[in-house]
Structure formats: C-alpha cells, structure tokens
Design a protein around this ligand. Structure first.
Ligand code: WT7
Length: 658
C-alpha cells in the first residue's frame, strides 16, 4: 500500500459516522426528513402511502382494523392480485419490453425475461396449475433453487390465489416432508437439479425421498428440467415435465383472481425455540404494500434500475426483495444460481459489472468472505454503476461495513443495514439512505411509522448504551398475521412476553437483544432465544439437537452457536455417547451426517465434542451460555455454581485440541 492509501485506511478506521453523498440525496425516492413526523402524526393513515404504490381492484375501506388485536388486519375491504401488481400493470404501462428478471446460471449461461415474457410464462403456468386441479387457497409447495421457474411459479400461484410455501432447496428431504405435512400441501413444484461449484447436483432424489414421508396424498408434482443431459431422471406416476406443460398452455390467458387484502399470499416456515418450524402467514395487501414501500424508500429502487439482491428466494429476503418488492415497482431484478467463488472469487463483481447493477443487497457473512478473499477481486471490475448498498440477516461488524463501503461502494454509496425478520415481512430498523447519517455496526433508527424500542425484562426502556430487548409497539402492514393453523403459538411466541392483554396493549417481541444510543440508533446484538444465526440463516438448536439424539450411539446432546469469522455463528454439538459406544471419528461422522440429513448442509456442525457429561446447574439445567463461551473461545465466568464443574476443563481441552 502506498503512504496515501495507508492514511486513507487509518482515517476510515476511526471514522464513526458517514453522511450520504449529495449526489445520492438529489436523486433519492425519499429525501425529506419530515417523513418521520409525517408518519408519526398521521399513524396509521400514513400507511396509505405504501398502499398507493399498488393497484387495487377494489379500494380498501379501513387502513388498520385493530378490534381483534393482535390479529390485526390491514387495508380491509380492499381487493387486489399480487401477480397483476408485479406484472400486468407494468405491461399495460408500456414496460412490456423492459427486463423483469435477468438470470445467470452458475456455468455462465444467461436468460432474460422481459415483463411481457414473464407475464406470458406466468399465465401459462397458472393455467397449468389450474388444469392440475389447484384451487384458490390450496397451498402449493415450491422446492426449488435459484432458477427463473421459481419466481414464475410463485407469481403463477399468486395469480390464481393459491398460497405458495417455498422450501429452501438446500433443506433436507425431511424438512420438505415436515413442511408439506404441516401445510397439507398436495402439490409440489421442484426440479431435477442445479449447479453448485460446477457440479450438477441431484435435487429430484431428495424431493422424492421427502415425498415418501408426506402423510397425505400428493396429487401432482411438476419437475423443471434444469440439467438436461447432465442428470437423467425419470418421472413417477403423478409427475410432469414443466416445459411440456407450459408449452401446452402457451398463450393461455388467466385472469388474475381478486384476492381480499387479508387473503394469504404465502407461507414461509422458519425456526423457533421448539423443534417444530413455524409457518409464518403473510397476506396479499399488507405484505405487498410493505415490501413495495420499503423497496422504494430504503432500497431506493426505480423502474429503470438494475437491482440485485444476492440472497436465495428460499428465504424471506428473496421473497420480499428479489421477487415481490422489486417486481411490484417494475424494476429489473437480477438472479444468480450459484456460489460467489465459482469459477473465481470475483464472480459477483463480474455480474455487477456486466449488468451495470445500481443497487446491491447482500449479507454480512458474504462481505466477511469477500474481505478474506481480498480486494483484488472487486478491484478487477468496474463497479461504478453502484449507487446504493445494503446488508441484511445478522449484525455487521464495523470493519466489514467499512470494507464494503470502500472496496465495493468506492466511498460513494450509502449503506443500509436493515434489521428485520421472516415474521416482519420487510425491513423495520434501518437508516433511510438519503436522510440519516450512517454509523457502522448500528442498523439505525426504526423506519417511519415503526414504533420500536429497546427495553429491559420489565418492558421499561433502557438507558442509552445498556443492553436490552427489541420490542415493537405498533402493528405495521407487513407483519405476519398468525402462525399457520396455530393462533395460540402465534400469541405465545410473539406477544405474551410484553403485552398487557387485559388493557388491550399489544407489544411484539422479536426475540432479539439490542442496545440504543443517544440518537436513537439501535444496534442489534443477536437472538435471545435458542435460535442461532449461521451465515444469516436462522436455525433452531432444538431441531439440531433432536437430529443429534436421533443418531444411534448418542445419549444426550446440547447444540449451541459459537462465534465464527465468516459465518457469524457456527453450530457446535456437545454429545454424550451411549454406554457401549466409543466417542470416535465414526460416531462424529454419523452425528454430522445425521444433522445434514435432518436439516441440510447449512446446519453442518463445525465441531462435535464428545463428553461424558454436560455442564449443568444444580437444578439440572444445561448451562448453554457456558457451552457457547467455550465454543467461541471466550473467557469463562464463574463455574463454581455448577453441579459438575470438573467437566468444564475436560470439554475445554477437547475444543482447544481439535
Ligand atoms: C433474525 C431474523 C431479515 C431477513 C433475513 C433473516 C437477525 C436480521 C439483521 C441486521 C442484525 C439481523 C436477527 C433477526 N437479523 N437482520 N441487519 N442486524 N441482526 O430473516 O431468518 O427471519 O432471521 O436475523 O436476529 O431476528 P430470519
């Protein structure tokens, strides 16, 4: 590095606040700071601004219906169709030939769908689904990787009013079966396989294995042929080839069905404290208005932009900010099938350069990997098209933030660090890119209209700098409406902690720790439940534990998250072998495989530590905090209150020895 560069690095390292560049502010969708007051004074009617971004078939009568809180309803009386809002209206407005999706496969092939073409394929597939017997309100499961047929299928479902339930393609056969069972889903759309690091990956075998464990009859399975000759597969009795069906229905015209604003648009399963995944229910009006509004105000998306969110559509980030938000605004959304380091570690920057990407949204775990690989990779590319950067999924450490700011944004792009959850539907806490000063490591203030704060265990707001818990006092349009067929769990999980039901005062509890500073900026500290965040993906430790104890030879287990340089957190398994079983490499391998089989490769344990006992309190509770500290290599606090303090040294030695 030259002298000049060294001093630049040093300056950046010390700088704690960054203002958006004037050039950004001048062109931003939202740049008037009075929006915070406007929303506060005018709540809940302020949310009409979000609803106004959509085309309604029937105007709503009431913005917020809170008579049966916390079962809130938004834009009641309104009717609309999500696929109409994401497709037809743009075509009608003359954007037929604008690119809607620009897709790139891992091997380098590309496909562009204009709005006109996307609408045609969505209609053809919607007609297909109808012919197969899919009716309004039937849940269709989509078990697909990052191929264009996934958003096509989502929008086709939306068109006929059939809620989709997308299962992340990296999840296991078991996970697919659990979700199809839970949703009573009788239809599956999947594919033969996809590419990972240049290899053709078999997906259909996993799908078929999952189907065997579905308890009800599955009437039809549609299979996209992604791999052609690279993978030969045969179709079973009720299985159909996607291309054939779509060809048969080419040119079909399918009227978008009118959906009530509160009708379910989709279900998305996410991990919680107990072993059973939660089916988060999102609706048509509120969710679509909220994702469109946050795409407009936070991501600053304009129709003429090329926008890229590098998440997977199998997670909520992809639903809200690859598919629904961006397409509702009529922009061009980029999709990439593969890994960021194939064939080289500059793959993402190559995609940014080729497509002249304006806005880029990714996860801190990816940024930490880019940092590790080195700046020579982005340096090889012209990234000057970028105007705004975003992150989501986990806390971003200031070093990674500054690296992103300098090496990707060239110190010219604001960064939005957006805190939200599967349940919130869209962003909740983040700076508005043209309005607020950015503070690396802190997500920022709650968005206009979002009444979030940091409280102590009693629900009182904490002083600046003190750790507490995030809570949200007012509802918002993108919020989950319930957990699918489980209203009771919905209340228990999110509302019981801080609400006063008798006084009809409802407080949403996201189960995240946080602190707040004097300017009202919130820094998220991470989950406070038994959920860990691996590479921005939420995994329930209980689900992993039940996979571990399902392995023959394991008597008891505790699973915790430990700090990891790139992944943020990684999975650590502490296991007690059963009598007669040796804690050897074989058993370790079986534990690892057991977890991967039950959940998927994202849950692959970083380490499996066998121990004759788990550290327990005198009352017999496993000391998870202590196991987390050991896994993270932290200083250990007082262990003398344990029933069995002697196991601690033994475990520590093993972790250090590995
Ligand atoms: C959990 C939600 C939001 C879509 C992706 C994950 C953590 C999310 C941030 C952020 C710190 C964050 C929280 C949250 N999280 N964004 N900007 N800073 N933490 O969705 O799987 O529902 O996970 O991710 O812990 O509760 P999810």
């Amino acid at each position: 590095m030259s002298q000049e560069e060294v001093s630049l690095e040093a300056r950046l390292e010390e700088q704690e606040a960054f203002d958006p560049p004037e050039s950004f502010v001048e062109q931003a969708n939202v740049s008037d700071p009075s929006i915070y007051e406007e929303f506060e004074e005018n709540w809940p009617e302020c949310w009409e601004r979000a609803a106004d971004l959509l085309s309604w078939e029937e105007e709503y009568d009431t913005v917020l219906e809170d008579g049966d809180a916390p079962f809130y309803e938004w834009f009641t009386g309104g009717e609309l169709n999500a696929s109409y809002n994401c497709l037809d209206r743009h075509v009608e407005d003359g954007a037929k030939n604008r690119a809607a999706i620009k897709w790139e496969g891992e091997l380098g092939e590309t496909r562009t769908y204009t709005y006109g073409e996307l609408l045609n394929e969505v209609e053809a597939f919607a007609a297909t689904l109808r012919d197969l017997g899919v009716e309004e309100d039937d849940v269709v499961t989509l078990y697909m990787p990052m191929i264009p047929e996934l958003p096509v299928a989502m929008l086709a479902c939306a068109r006929i009013g059939a809620p989709h339930s997308v299962v992340f393609a990296g999840f296991s056969a078991d996970a697919l079966a659990t979700r199809m069972n839970s949703a009573d889903s009788e239809y599956l759309v999947t594919c033969d396989g996809y590419y990972r690091r240049g290899d053709a990956l078999d997906h259909i075998s996993k799908a078929n294995e999952g189907l065997e464990d579905v308890e009800h009859e599955v009437s039809d399975v549609v299979v996209v042929d992604r791999l052609g000759d690279a993978l030969n597969h045969s179709l079973g009795d009720n299985q159909h080839d996607y291309d054939e069906l779509v060809a048969e229905h080419e040119g079909a015209s399918v009227e978008p069905v009118s959906r009530d604003a509160e009708d379910m648009l989709f279900l998305m399963y996410t991990s919680g404290t107990t072993g059973q995944p939660k089916g988060v229910k999102h609706t048509t009006g509120g969710y679509l208005a909220y994702t469109a509004w946050t795409s407009h105000s936070v991501l600053d998306i304009k129709p003429e932009d090329t926008y890229w969110c590098s998440a997977d559509i199998g997670w909520i980030t992809g639903h809200s900010y690859i598919v629904y938000g961006p397409l509702a605004l009529g922009t061009t959304t980029v999709m990439y099938e593969g890994t960021p380091d194939y064939p080289e570690k500059d793959r993402l920057w190559d995609i940014v350069e080729k497509n002249r990407v304006d806005v880029f949204y990714t996860a801190p775990t990816a940024i930490r990997a880019f940092m590790k690989w080195g700046q020579q990779y982005p340096d090889q590319h012209d990234l000057s098209s970028l105007r705004l950067l975003g992150t989501v999924g986990e806390p971003i450490n200031p070093r990674a933030w500054k690296w992103y700011y300098k090496h990707i944004g060239n110190e010219e792009c604001p960064i939005v660090d957006t805190w939200w959850q599967t349940e919130t539907g869209g962003m909740m806490i983040t700076t508005l890119p043209a309005i607020n000063t950015m503070k690396p490591g802190s997500a920022g203030p709650p968005l206009p209209g979002i009444d979030a704060q940091v409280v102590d265990a009693e629900g009182d707001e904490v002083d600046a700098g003190k750790a507490g818990y995030v809570t949200v006092n007012n509802p918002w349009p993108g919020m989950l409406r319930t957990l699918y067929k489980n209203d009771e769990r919905f209340i228990n999980e999110y509302w019981d902690e801080y609400s006063d039901a008798d006084a009809d005062e409802w407080v949403y509890f996201p189960e995240d720790g946080a602190k707040i500073d004097d300017d009202g900026y919130i820094t998220i500290l991470g989950r406070v439940d038994d959920v860990i965040n691996v590479s921005g993906h939420r995994l329930g430790t209980m689900e992993i534990e039940s996979a571990v104890v399902g392995v023959e030879g394991v008597a008891e287990a505790a699973v915790v998250g430990g700090d990891h340089d790139v992944k943020g957190e990684a999975v650590y398994v502490y296991a007690i072998p059963e009598d007669g079983y040796e804690p050897n490499e074989d058993l370790e391998e079986q534990v690892v495989e057991g977890v991967v089989d039950a959940i998927g490769p994202i849950a692959r344990p970083e380490e499996v530590i066998f121990t004759p006992e788990l550290p327990k309190t005198r009352s017999g509770k496993i000391m998870r905090r202590l196991l987390e500290d050991i896994a993270s290599g932290n200083e250990l606090g007082n262990t003398s209150t344990l029933r069995n303090p002697e196991v601690v040294d033994d475990i520590k030695e093993q972790v250090a020895g590995d």
